[in-house]
Design a protein around this ligand. Structure first.
Ligand code: SF4
Length: 325
């Protein structure tokens, strides 16, 4: 039975700022706010997707959650434990609860290692299991991802792209994680096998109650897998809420434009295409006020150019950061 009462992942006011030189002949520095004040939670057995254009800060968020990068401010809690405050054995135990599956299964698997050793790596690192128990567990997770236990003796090059992604998923699954970060998990795969892998993620979530943090450019993947969706723009969340509601009725002008440009993944999601002018502004020199105002087709006046809108929810609808609401 999945405990859905408390969040598996809680991100509180998370920020990552970088100091960069302001010029070749200057000692002055500028602050780049790659991520600035993100908060969200993911319950057991649920998926939250982070969406937005390249450069909006999604990758920096996942790196901080996995503790591959430090934070400037805020907290990342997994099962109530602060990921950036733990050390030694406590940190190793927490790392087993958090795993990741990346875009390219070929680059994430060492070609010189047998599948058995690749999948067993997290268990070997803990040093707590016998070889026999490890082999048993490896066989179980290979079966869970649709491979045969005897394929543990093979090398990655003996498998197809889809099968290699199944091996990467087995590696993530072997330590019984609570949370898996899925970073573009199907975008490097042939279209014909994407749906098989997406179905596998759903089946594993249902069977083991795993939570996913999904980063995907493809909105059809997001629509299919995510229970919640958070739309990011220049390091901040501009809209967050249940996936069904955000896809059917996007409120923020940026969400409207982003979703209108994508092929609908569901008949309810057909929206008139909105063409955005200009590029994503540089985080080195973000616009004052609402960061989206230079491109916004629904700007309502000086307030948009001077005041940053707070992320707020009205009448039980998804929370949105826009002065229109
Ligand atoms: Fe557009 Fe103003 Fe809303 Fe920003 S606050 S998204 S500029 S309407």
């Amino acid at each position: 039975m999945i405990d859905t009462s408390s969040p598996v992942l809680e991100v509180r006011d998370l920020a990552r700022h970088f100091e960069v030189s302001s010029g070749l002949f200057s000692s002055a520095t500028l602050t780049v706010k790659a991520v600035d004040g993100l908060s969200f939670t993911i319950k057991a057995g649920e998926t939250l997707a982070l969406v937005g254009e390249s450069g909006c800060g999604k990758t920096t968020v996942t790196r901080m959650i996995l503790r591959l990068d430090k934070t400037t401010r805020g907290h990342v809690l997994v099962d109530g434990q602060d990921v950036h405050a733990l050390k030694g054995g406590d940190l190793r135990a927490l790392r087993a609860k958090m795993q990741a599956v990346f875009q390219d299964p070929w680059s994430s698997l060492n070609p010189r290692m047998r599948v058995r050793d690749l999948v067993a790596e997290p268990l070997m690192a803990s040093g707590k299991m016998s070889r026999k128990d490890i082999d048993l567990r490896v066989g179980q997770v290979l079966e869970a991802v649709g491979l045969r236990p005897d394929q543990a003796q093979n090398y990655p090059h003996e498998f197809s792209g889809g099968q290699r992604q199944r091996i990467a998923i087995a590696s993530a699954l072997v330590s019984n994680p609570r949370l898996i970060v899925l970073d573009e998990p199907v975008s490097a795969l042939d279209v014909s096998i994407r749906s098989q892998i997406m179905n596998l993620f759903k089946d594993l979530q249902e069977e083991f109650g795993i939570s996913y943090l999904l980063v995907a450019h493809d909105l059809a993947t997001t629509r299919y897998l995510a229970h919640q969706v958070a739309v990011m723009y220049l390091g901040r969340i501009v809209e967050i809420g249940p996936s069904d509601q955000v896809f059917k009725n996007p409120q923020h002008p940026y969400t409207e434009a982003l979703f209108s440009a994508a092929l609908p993944g569901h008949p309810d999601d057909v929206h008139e295409e909105i063409l955005l002018e200009g590029e994503l502004p540089s985080p080195l020199d973000p616009p004052k006020g609402c960061p989206f105002h230079p491109r916004c087709p629904r700007k309502i006046g000086p307030i948009c150019e001077t005041q940053i809108p707070a992320l707020t929810s009205h009448a039980g609808r998804p929370a949105v950061a826009c002065h229109l609401y």
